[in-house]
Design a protein around this ligand. Structure first.
Ligand code: ADP
Ligand code: ADP
Length: 226
């Protein structure tokens, strides 16, 4: 079963041409899917419809086998990793990762077990007492991912997470995201306008143009048949 099924998804804002026009994509369990295309092609709109931040004009969004068209974002069990990572600056790494568990009313021992497990996987266990302001960009990103892991989210969603970084850091983070995604085996949808990211990060690449899905293929297939 696909983790995320987009079935004939349409988004119409006002009366122009649709921002997303009849897009169907199945994202397999554990797959890393890239949504790529030029500015205005509809990739953020599509991602926001997966997360539930945007209503779907027509079509079905199915997550974990369940139709979620009418579910609020908090009921979809997805983890959006924002560009600025949205960490709490006054809280330690430990408490930043623990935050969703505390919200959900988890016991201290459950919080502790999950935070320690996640921070070990993400190689943050040496940094649990630090504040986000004293961390590198890569470490901050891992804290944001940690917060998603402890919730057992169905999927990670990234919206251009590297676009504000300089080229060197972007390269490092690309490698890091790719490595961690494979290690965690969590289904991931990643929006970018950057061809290099599209061709190096994902298992498959969905190319959008003016709201229409132009190609859906592995990077290798795209490379051989652009
Ligand atoms: P991308 O993420 O690929 O840059 P978007 O999904 O942001 O593209 O936008 C796709 C199209 O939808 C664009 O033409 C954009 O102007 C339009 N659009 C996006 N958001 C809105 C909105 N809230 N209201 C009206 N039009 C929008
Ligand atoms: P250890 O030395 O075994 O790593 P600590 O002395 O750091 O344990 O922490 C003891 C307990 O306090 C932990 O098991 C955990 O429940 C909690 N804890 C540790 N760090 C934090 C923190 N930054 N914020 C809140 N609770 C913490």
């Amino acid at each position: 079963m696909a983790a995320i099924e987009m079935k004939n998804i349409v988004k119409q804002y006002g009366d122009g041409f649709p921002a997303v026009n009849d897009v169907s994509i199945d994202v397999a369990d554990g797959e890393f899917l890239i949504l790529v295309g030029p500015s205005g092609c509809g990739k953020s709109t599509l991602l926001r419809m997966i997360v539930g931040l945007e209503d779907i004009t027509s079509g079905d969004m199915v997550i974990g086998g369940k139709k979620v068209n009418d579910l609020a974002p908090r009921d979809r069990n997805l983890a959006m990793v924002f560009q600025n990572y949205a960490l709490y600056p006054h809280l330690s790494v430990y408490e930043n990762i623990a935050f969703p568990l505390r919200l959900a009313g988890a016991s201290d021992s459950e919080v502790d077990q999950k935070v320690r497990e996640a921070s070990k996987t993400l190689e943050l266990d040496e940094h649990l007492e630090r504040k986000p302001g004293n961390l590198s960009g890569g470490q901050r990103q891992r804290v944001a991912m940690g917060r998603a892991i402890v919730r057992d989210a169905e999927a990670f969603l990234f919206d251009e997470p590297l676009s504000n970084l300089d080229a060197k850091l972007r390269g490092q983070m690309r490698t890091e995201i790719s490595r961690l995604q494979k290690k965690l085996g969590i289904t991931t949808v990643y929006v970018t306008h950057d061809q290099t990211e599209a061709m190096t990060l994902g298992d498959r690449v969905a190319v959008l143009k003016r709201g229409v899905l132009q190609q859906l293929a592995t990077p290798r297939e795209l490379y051989e048949n652009p």
